[in-house]
Design a protein around this ligand. Structure first.
Ligand code: OAD
Length: 236
């Protein structure tokens, strides 16, 4: 393996075979809700009870899914690269916890995390295992009705952008897995990595919106493609 530094971006497609529905497979509706209702700050302000209920259901559904071979293969790759002293960073747009449960540690949730909440009153951010509601009090400032899901909604800035940009600028290989390339800034990562000299590879069920920017695209289900790709690059 001659690659010394990898950045991997994942999207909803990597969790599809675990049973989590992708976003753009559902006519602009998420579990029968309009995106504006459940994934914008304005939607939360208009109907916080609905938004709490929506994310409670998604958080609860995590108990019914497990990591698939693609999540596990990425954790295997991370361990192998770290044992060699090489750089590995996994950036996910997903808010599920399947990468962590698959064994990944060098992981950034750029669109937030279902298992985290934050307080609009005091900026507290912390772990969330159970349900939330408009009656949930902040454990730091004790305010009521200020707790919200720690999810990056439309119109909000994704997390860790400085760290991600630096990693993209110094990696040898950028790999995009299971994402439609419809949402920026993640959709532009391939161009940044390429501009700084990285090779670029896409693994997806179908060509993404940004397919033409990749040096190579392999089409198929992530649960098959990702383990095969990891096996190939870990071969001595
Ligand atoms: P999308 O639903 O837009 O795209 C999922 C991609 O995965 C599609 O290109 C599918 O072809 C592909 N796919 C489906 N099943 C697959 C499989 N088994 N193996 C491989 N690929 C498969 O999801 P994202 O690109 O993740 O943002 O969406 C990006 C962002 O849009 C999400 O993070 C979310 C949403 O708005 C926020 O919530 C902020």
């Amino acid at each position: 393996m001659s690659i010394k530094s990898i950045v991997i971006l994942t999207g909803a497609g990597i969790s599809a075979e675990s049973g989590i529905q992708t976003f753009r497979a559902s006519d602009g509706l998420w579990e029968n809700h309009r995106i504006e209702e459940v994934a914008t700050p304005e939607g939360f302000a208009a109907n916080p009870a609905l938004v709490h209920k929506f994310y409670n259901a998604r958080r609860q559904s995590l108990t019914r899914v497990t990591p698939n071979p693609a999540h596990i293969a990425l954790a295997t790759l991370e361990t192998a690269m770290q044992n060699r002293g090489d750089d590995f960073l996994l950036v996910t747009q997903n808010v599920d916890d399947l990468h962590e449960r698959g064994g990944s540690r060098a992981l950034l949730h750029m669109h937030g995390d279902l298992k985290s909440s934050k307080c609009l009153g005091c900026d507290w951010v912390g772990p969330q295992t159970g349900d939330t509601s408009i009656d949930t009090r902040c454990t730091r400032c004790d305010s009521r009705a200020t707790i919200r899901p720690d999810i990056v909604w439309f119109g909000e800035m994704p997390y860790f952008m400085d760290k991600i940009e630096r990693a993209l600028q110094s990696c040898d290989l950028f790999v995009s897995i299971g994402t439609s390339g419809a949402v920026y800034p993640a959709a532009g990562f391939v161009q940044t990595a390429k501009a700084y000299g990285a090779k670029t590879l896409e693994l997806n069920l179908e060509p993404s919106a940004g397919s033409l920017h990749f040096d190579e695209t392999r089409l198929g289900p992530a649960g098959t493609l990702v383990p095969a790709w990891v096996d190939a690059i870990l071969k001595p």
